[in-house]
Design a protein. Structure first.
Ligand SMILES: *Cc1c(COP(=O)(O)O)cnc(C)c1O
Length: 431
């Protein structure tokens, strides 16, 4: 399906009606297990001598269409989905690291990912050094012999911080390290991290890809041209016999022969055969079906939501009661230059803004506003709003909130698909 463009792949890749009773839509295969024709077939499937389904923890047909479709949509070699975006990040980190190893990460992260890296993984001996990835000297200084990957988010919310992916990838690659981008807030057509040097992308499917706030899911996508054999640091896991699976070496069997043509699946093979099989955080076929429906309209929704966000950000920037707007598509943003470089259609649909009246004014805005839903998610088809200081970050002191980039007057907006004039009018009424 390589010859087709992403919007076409979003509808067709990874699925063949001829294999599915001519069903035009992708069916939901609600089954845990698959009947082996005879003893030999069972043995061959288990030994990976024959491709096919065994038990749905290791893969299932509806989920597989989603994985193949999203890989094709990114021009990538493979993908493995998980029960949530947090699970996708967690199990990618666990697949790449072992005790004593470390990640170098941007501090501008989704709160759950910061906690995972800063506290949860630390208990397992995996450490994270947080540095401004765009500060090349700081990045170089943070990388050491035990670093296994560099991690950041394409565009972080609510600050609008943009990772200079080309520059960061060049430094990571010079050290033989992969760059991982959590691109939940800006899937293509907004940004394809593989166009700018990333080697692995993760997504919370819960957000713009699902797009309707109906289900949690996550996915890891592998570009397929990274050489894991070039670097000694990977010889104790990805490039080593794996005792959990017949001592298979994932790099030698699924990577080395293929990476030169960009078809390595070493990481995804390990994610499936080790992480999914042994930890078990699978996406259900029902969830996969929701995400397949979302993906069909993603190219349209993403552009509309990004455009409405730009119009609203520009409107807010000119409003007398608004103190600041952290939308990196505004020329006044410190991230404007990078946003222009990486986001042809605008840097997504989520941004923060502050009111001159501070904490109280922000809380009043939330109480007054109609049409916008006050809740913790982002990138639903409906417009969402949250006052972080009184909700998600209420346990922190004002000083700690400031450090986390969450000032007391911050209101985070996730712009949906409503008519943008209705949104602007609703915001003006509440202000
Ligand atoms: C929401 C989100 C996650 C976590 O995803 P869940 O599906 O909620 O587990 C991770 N990273 C980013 C950037 C997110 O926005």
């Amino acid at each position: 399906m390589k010859k087709y463009r992403p919007a076409t792949l979003a509808l067709h890749a990874g699925y063949d009606c001829g294999q599915n009773l001519q069903s035009r839509a992708v069916p939901i295969y609600a089954t845990t297990s698959y009947v082996f024709k005879d003893a030999q077939e069972g043995a061959d499937l288990y030994a990976l001598k024959k491709p096919g389904y065994l038990y749905s923890r290791l893969g299932s047909p509806t989920v597989n269409v989603l994985e193949e479709r999203l890989a094709a949509y990114h021009g990538a070699s493979a993908a493995v989905s998980f029960s949530s975006g947090s699970a996708a990040n967690s199990f990618l980190f666990l697949a790449l690291a072992s005790p004593g190893k470390n990640f170098v990460s941007s501090p501008q992260l989704y709160g759950g990912t910061s906690t995972l890296l800063e506290h949860t993984l630390k208990r397992f001996g995996i450490h994270t050094k947080f540095v401004d990835l765009n500060d090349s000297q700081a990045l170089e200084a943070a990388i050491d012999d035990d670093t296994v990957a560099v991690f950041g988010e394409g565009v972080a919310n609510p600050s609008g911080y943009v990772v200079d992916m080309e520059k960061v990838a060049a430094i990571a690659h010079a050290h033989g390290l992969p760059l991982i981008i959590d691109n939940s807030a800006a899937p293509p057509p907004l940004l394809n991290p593989f166009d700018f040097g990333a080697d692995l992308a993760t997504y919370s499917l819960t957000k713009l890809i699902g797009g309707h706030g109906t289900h949690l899911g996550g996915i890891v996508i592998e570009k397929g041209d990274f050489n894991w054999g070039q670097n000694q640091r990977f010889t104790n896991y990805l490039n080593a016999p794996d005792p959990t699976y017949n001592n298979v070496n994932f790099w030698e069997t699924a990577g080395e022969p293929y990476y030169r043509e960009g078809r390595s699946t070493a990481v995804c093979t390990r994610l499936r055969l080790d992480m999914l099989r042994n930890f078990g955080p699978v996406l259900s076929p029902f969830g996969a079906h929701e995400f397949l429906l979302g993906l069909e309209t993603l190219p349209l929704r993403a552009l509309r939501q990004a455009e409405s966000a730009r119009l609203i950000a520009e409107h807010l920037a000119g409003h007398p009661k608004v103190a600041w707007v952290a939308y990196s598509g505004l020329t006044t943003s410190p991230h404007y230059g990078l946003a222009r470089k990486y986001f042809e259609h605008g840097p997504g649909a989520v941004f923060g803004f502050g009111l001159k009246g501070g904490f109280d004014a922000a809380a009043r805005f939330i109480d007054n506003v109609d049409l916008l839903s006050h809740l913790a998610n982002i990138l639903d088809a409906r417009t969402l709003v949250i006052h972080a200081a009184s909700t998600t970050h209420q346990q922190l002191s004002p000083e700690e909130r400031a450090q986390a980039g969450v000032p007391d007057d911050l209101i985070r907006l996730s712009v949906g698909l409503e008519d943008v004039n209705d949104l602007i009018e609703a915001i003006d009424r509440a202000l």
